[in-house]
Each structure stands twice: as structure tokens, then as C-alpha cells.
Write a protein that binds this ligand. Structure first.
Ligand code: GLN
Length: 302
């Protein structure tokens, strides 16, 4: 298996030249674009890795899965989806303008506006919200050492004007409850949490195993897994989600740190990391690897 994964890395490495690391968050522009790592964690407890699977990177939008899960655990499905839609969108992840139209909630929890809402719905004040996010990530990755990158957090906090505009617009429209700056602070911090491809594969595995949790929760575990898998399939790769589903067929979520999480129900979780991005903000070599992996291991769920 490791040999196959290594081969996929070599085959797709050339794609890095066609992409660019995110530079709208200054701290991310310093990341070495040449990293490529891949990890698979299966339900039998095997972990297969290749390349730079041990390098830490910022989780960015993959954290939107975590805030969606915690919002659902704390509030249940009906309440969460009265605040945010289930629908994909052909707009980029940081879109803003439709929020200013009449009664237009965020389309889904995987674009920034929707994720700012789910973060706001997590129980507790700003420190408690973030503590729950990080503890939840540590729990499902079985990695107590996970923390956040202070430089990335401060960099995004200092330059996240578009997210600030999105949040204040939602506040003005009555979509967002709570203190806007506190919610943004949690959102920026959750995006700066540092993970490896192995950690991401383990989050994917947790969803694949139908979220085995023993928590006080307003949603049952099977339903939680089902919603998250459906929403990332339709919305996880932003305005590329349709083509990605057709060509790859693995429920996936990307982040501008270069990570892609994949999850195959009842089978396995995948973590890919390569920081050069395409125009949608998805890892360009990561996409190539996922496409080949789906073919090689027969993972296309469609
Ligand atoms: N922190 C990033 C932002 O809000 C997350 C976006 C992403 O990963 N697509 O812009």
C-alpha cells in the first residue's frame, strides 16, 4: 500500500508548479509549496502513509467540519439548519453579496459565512467554544498534542477583513447571535489549528466509522455522520464540488492550508497535504492524488 501511495505522490508532484500557496493570509504565504503528504486510516486500525505525512499545516476550512459537528451536537439538526442552508453554491468560499439580499441565509456550513454561523452556535463563551473545538479534534484524532499556530491565527485576525465584513453583515441582518469579534476570534483560531495528514485521515475515519461518540448530544451519531458526509460531498470543495464529485467521488473537504480530508463510509479516512492551491482554493496536487487514489483503490462512492 505504501508503495502505491508513494507512486501517486510522484505522479502528481508536477502539478505543484501550476498552483500557488495562499497568500491572502500572510503567514500562509511562507509555507514551502513543495510538500506533499498522504495518509489513509482504515476501520481495521491500519494507517498507511507516504511523503510529508508528518508535516504540520493549518487545518483552515477543514475545521468547518468540526464546528458543524459541535453545532449539531449542541443544538440538533433543526435549529442549526434554521440558521444555515443545506445547499451548494457556485460562489467562492468567501462570498458575501447574497447575504445582503432579502432573507438569504448562508447557503451551507462549508462556506465562510455558514461556518461563522456554526461556530457561533457552539455552546459557551469564546474561550469555551475554542476549548471544545480543540478538545474535540484531539479526541477524534487521538492526538493530545494538537494545538494552534499563533502566527497564523494573528495573521488572519489582522487581515481577515472580508470575514469581518461577512460577520458584521450577518449581524446587521439578524442572522448572527452573540458578540461578532468574539465569534470571529474563535473562527480565526480554529482555522489555525495545526494538523498532519495523519490527523486529517483520522478525522475522516471518525466520520467513516459513523462518529462513535459517547457524549451528551442533541443528534444521534449515525445522523451526524450522514449529514456531514452529505454536506461535504455537495459543498466541501466549494464551487468545484460538482466536478470533484463526478471525477473523484470521495466525500471530501479542503482547506487553504493545502489539506484535503476524504471519508469513505464504513471504510476509511484520507488526509492529503500539499499547499499549492488551484483557483478554487483547493490543493492542486491534492486533487490529482485524490482522483488517482479513487481509481487505484476503487473508492468512488458513486
Ligand atoms: N481561514 C480561511 C478563511 O476564512 C479559511 C478558508 C479556507 O480554507 N477555504 O478565509
Amino acid at each position: 500500500m505504501e508503495k502505491i501511495l508513494e507512486g501517486l505522490i510522484q505522479k502528481n508532484r508536477h502539478l505543484i508548479q501550476k498552483g500557488h500557496v495562499a497568500n491572502y493570509i500572510p503567514a500562509l504565504s511562507k509555507v514551502n509549496p513543495n510538500y506533499i503528504g498522504l495518509a489513509i486510516a482504515d476501520v481495521d486500525g491500519h494507517i498507511y502513509c507516504a511523503g510529508d505525512y508528518n508535516i504540520k499545516f493549518s487545518i483552515q476550512s477543514i475545521s468547518k467540519i468540526i464546528s458543524l459537528m459541535l453545532a449539531l451536537i449542541d443544538n440538533g439538526e433543526d435549529y442549526v439548519f434554521s440558521k444555515v442552508g443545506y445547499e451548494p453554491t457556485d460562489e467562492p468560499f468567501n462570498t458575501l453579496y447574497k447575504l445582503d439580499l432579502n432573507s438569504c441565509n448562508p447557503a451551507n456550513p462549508m462556506i465562510n459565512s455558514g461556518a461563522i454561523i456554526t461556530t457561533s452556535l457552539i455552546r459557551g463563551n469564546k474561550d469555551e467554544k475554542f476549548d471544545r473545538i480543540i478538545e474535540f479534534i484531539r479526541l477524534i484524532t487521538e492526538n493530545p498534542n494538537i494545538g494552534y499556530n499563533e502566527e497564523v491565527y494573528l495573521s488572519e485576525k489582522a487581515t481577515g477583513h472580508k470575514n469581518r465584513a461577512i460577520a458584521y453583515l450577518m449581524k446587521a441582518k439578524g442572522y448572527l447571535d452573540g458578540e461578532v469579534e468574539d465569534i470571529l476570534d474563535v473562527y480565526f483560531k480554529q482555522c489555525s489549528v495545526e494538523v498532519t495528514a495523519v490527523d486529517v485521515a483520522k478525522i475522516g475515519l471518525f466520520i467513516a466509522r459513523r462518529c462513535p461518540l459517547n457524549l451528551d448530544s442533541k443528534i444521534n451519531n449515525e445522523r451526524l455522520a450522514s449529514i456531514v458526509t452529505a454536506i461535504i460531498t455537495t459543498c466541501g470543495m466549494y464551487d468545484f464540488s460538482g466536478e470533484y464529485a463526478a471525477k473523484v467521488g470521495i466525500p471530501s473537504k479542503s482547506g487553504v492550508g493545502g489539506g484535503i480530508l476524504g471519508t469513505i463510509p464504513n471504510k476509511l479516512g484520507i488526509g492529503v497535504f500539499s499547499p499549492a492551491l488551484d483557483r478554487f482554493g483547493n490543493s492542486i496536487a491534492g486533487y490529482g492524488i485524490m482522483k488517482d487514489l479513487a481509481r487505484e483503490l476503487n473508492l468512488n462512492i458513486f
